[in-house]
Unconditional design. Sequence first.
Length: 418
Amino acid sequence: MSDTQAQFIDVDELCVGMYIYLDLGWIGHPFALNNFKIASPDQIETIRGLGLKRVRWSPDRSDLATSSVAASVAETPGVLPSPLDERRQLLLAQRASLDRCEREFSGATRAFRDILKLVPAEPEAARERAETMVGDLVGKLLGQGESFIRLLSEQAGEKATLHSINVTVISLLLGKRLGFDAARLGGLGLGALLHDIGKIELPERLRWRVDGLSAAERGLFQQHVAHGVKLAERMRLESEARAIIAQHHEYVDGSGFPRRLTGEALTSESCIVSLVNHYDTLCNPVNPVAAITPHQALSLIFAQSRKKFDADILGAFIRMMGVYPPGSIVMLTDGRHALVVSVSASRPLKPRVLIHDPRVAREEALVVDLEDEPDLGIRQSLKPVQLPRAVFDYLSPRQRMCYFFERARDPSDAREGR
């Protein structure tokens, strides 16, 4: 994590194991370095004596789940760790991880908005910014090993650019799952980010409508693909990205548009974006009333549309998203209700979930990794309307799905939050 990605925390909430940054001159504190991992309670007291109210810290470089409690006990003989203290550290790490994902997602939506503004007058400058943005995303994705796909809050990002960022994030995760290297991921990410670029040439009333169109309006809407290809040429995009823009509404069975291409005529990258684009449109339609849950979307694609998509890519996508993708409402085997918040492709049947517990305030609820609960699993998926009102309010099912990636738990990690 770079210094600019660090977050702030009150000095009264510091604990052993946190990696912190002291924004002071070298004579403003007694430590050898301005950034380091807190090793003892004495260091915390020294930091508090500096007169700072808050300091920056890096959740990624911290070791809260193990070192903070163990080191505190070692420094204070005879004092046992409090379960409440341990829970507090887990909550801090949990919130920090979500905050980081939402901040990066929101930054991506704002950056893409600025790219769209550049396209008409400065297409090559827009391309350069888009390449930089995608390069940053690929670097983060490859730099953190295995990744979870993470559900964000509905407040994350800008609605107008949410779809393009969702498609980019999920396409990159799927490309990584399929073994793409950094260069290939770059081309995939750029095409995914710009797949709908041609819509800026459409009348405003058609940009976000797909239902209830007349035949003439449908024809105009479908022209956004041709508009996108022309803009891609003006932007001087590489062939991989141009192909994605040209083919993101094509299907392997020839039922897509504009050219009704089939199988071998489509690039693998285009097949990925076509599938992810379709999935996100089901979960995040223009009319929120028509939205279906992520579990329903996957089920619908497999039951009714699987011939439209490359079989290997669809299989990898389903394995990556899990039977119950992030955003799904489920009933657990013990009868409790839960919201799936993240999934690892290596453990799709054991996602991380937020469980309804009326004894715990929602903002204090810990995410539970079902991998750590051998006796607890998922019994079935539910529609939000099936939930009792109190459970609905607690779990807050999303009307629009925002996704990002976070570092998956290492096999040696024992608990959520590390």
